[in-house]
Design a protein around this ligand. Structure first.
Ligand SMILES: [Zn+2]
Length: 505
């Protein structure tokens, strides 16, 4: 058998207001219980956005024991924590949206950088989040101000603020590093999905200026071609940058053919996609914190753009050299469900299977990639263990996860070794969480409540004197009701910042 630590998903969308909105938008999928109640587990509904209970059980059934919800507004933190509490088995946390926060923009505009950092620390505490998330930084202001407007490059001035997305990106990368957060700023770059966006992605990585930063679902940001025109692959250019810049890490955001749900805090993107999908859609705005767009979606292997996206994801996996810094993800449910991870693993481990698939999808798209050029690389079991658990655990600063050494959390997955890697990774023989056997031969033997993982960086309480008046002027709720209280946390674990860790030692 093959013994691995439990899987760690560094980027998915599984809880909170936008996830619930996506469930409500697709009632047909949630009409029927697909996971009936058993002696040990609760019932749940499925689809690309499963119910909370089904989400926890499905992750556990794949051998994943930790997952991070990737985009939550501070105002949505309470709702998110309630849902995460209802997501069984796995440990989990969330990233809090700060790239379009109006008060932080004011501090940045006035050059009050010390207060900016204190406010970031206050917000991480108030929302019980794990790290800072940026989504299309600067994009919300033109979106709110002028119909259908968006940021197109990092040097563009944001209406009314007189600075650029580059300033925000740099300021938040610095804040995460200065606060010593266990995971750096987690960045969804500008221009997602738009041809020519790879230059924006390169610019964003350069803005890190040697400091740690994590770029998420980088596949969606790897397109060449005329801006807004027909995309081509620039995976090789981005892979080269990542290969030569150890401070940069990324997850792929692989597209898998079939049903998906576009779900993003990138409101202008949601608006753009409504034309592309022809489906029903929702846009929402959360006061001074972020926007949101949801579009049910279907990826077809006959479609040039979809096949190209699929191919670019595979190119990124095959062309980057350090598996510790390029993590497996589908940006669930945006590129596809996390349930497709076993198939993705087979595509990486089995070059003949991959080539057969490459030959069966849109060939004009494949001709734009290097996938027909006889790429020999096959991921080893060791490398799969890195991109699905050891790597994400290390990037998240979770010292007790992603390995089987002394002191590690006893989150363990045991697979029967087999030639068909999809089958092997779909059906672990045993899954242990915190030392307890949860799954045996594909059957749940018990239920279990995982922990909320969050940070609590130190801050100067005087910063509340800056935040509170803004609240009273502009927010719909009272300041006292805003920070999330201890009672919302249930089982939880504070993951220390660098300086807090230093004090412990
Ligand atoms: Zn995402």
């Amino acid at each position: 058998m093959v013994v691995m630590p439990g899987g760690v998903d560094i980027h998915c969308h599984i809880a909170g207001p936008k996830v619930n909105l996506a469930r409500k938008l697709q009632p047909v999928v949630h009409r029927f219980v697909v996971h009936p109640r058993t002696a040990f587990t609760r019932s749940g509904t499925g689809g690309t956005v499963p119910s909370t209970f089904a989400t926890g059980y499905r992750y556990a059934a794949l051998g994943y024991t930790t997952a991070m919800e990737a985009a939550v507004t501070p105002l949505g933190a309470r709702h998110t924590l309630e849902e995460l509490h209802d997501t069984p088995i796995i440990d989990k946390g969330f990233y809090v949206l700060m790239g379009n926060n109006v008060l932080l923009y004011r501090l940045l505009k006035e050059g009050r950088m010390e207060e900016f950092r204190e406010a970031v620390a206050w917000w991480l505490n108030a929302s019980r989040a794990y790290t800072i998330k940026l989504v299309n930084p600067g994009g919300d202001e033109p979106w709110k101000g002028q119909r259908n407007a968006n940021i197109t490059n990092l040097g563009e001035e944001i209406d009314a603020f007189g600075f650029t997305p580059r300033h925000i990106i740099k300021a938040l990368i610095d804040a995460a590093n200065d606060l010593g957060l266990p995971h750096p700023a987690h960045i969804h770059c500008n221009n997602l999905g738009i041809a020519g966006n790879y230059e924006t992605t390169l610019e964003t990585m350069r803005a890190a200026d040697g400091r740690r930063a994590h770029l998420t679902h980088i596949q969606f940001h790897s397109y060449g071609g005329d801006f807004g025109g027909k995309p081509i692959s620039k995976a090789a250019e981005l892979a080269e940058y990542i290969n030569t810049h150890p401070e940069i890490s990324a997850d792929v955001g692989q597209v898998m053919f079939g049903k998906a749900t576009g779900m993003t805090a990138d409101a202008p993107l949601g608006w753009m996609l409504r034309h592309v999908s022809g489906n029903k859609w929702v846009n929402a705005d959360t006061e001074h914190e972020s926007g949101c767009g949801i579009v049910p979606f279907n990826y077809s292997d006959k479609n040039y753009v979809h096949a190209l996206q699929w191919g670019i994801g595979l190119e990124l996996f095959l062309l980057t050299k350090d598996p510790w810094r390029l993590i497996l993800s589908t940006d669930h449910p945006n590129g596809g469900s996390f349930m497709s991870y076993p198939k993705l693993i087979r595509l990486l481990m089995d070059k003949q299977f991959r080539l057969d698939q490459v030959r069966s999808v849109n060939q004009k798209a494949m001709a734009q990639t290097v996938l027909l050029d006889g790429l020999e690389r096959e991921y080893s079991l060791q490398e799969i263990a890195i991109i699905t658990r050891a790597g994400p655990a290390k990037l998240l600063g979770l010292r007790d996860k992603g390995h089987l050494g002394p002191g590690a959390d006893a989150d363990i997955t045991i697979y029967m070794e087999g030639d068909d890697k999809e089958e092997m990774f779909s059906t672990p023989r045993y899954v242990f969480k915190d030392g307890q056997m949860i799954i045996e031969d594909g059957e749940f033997r018990t239920d279990h409540a995982g922990r909320i993982l969050h940070v609590a960086p130190d801050y100067d309480p005087k910063i509340e004197q800056v935040i509170q008046p803004f609240f009273e002027d502009y927010y719909t709720i009272q300041f006292e009701n805003y920070p999330v209280s201890e009672t919302y946390l249930h089982k939880h674990q504070v993951v220390p910042t660098a300086s807090q860790e230093g004090r412990i030692k």
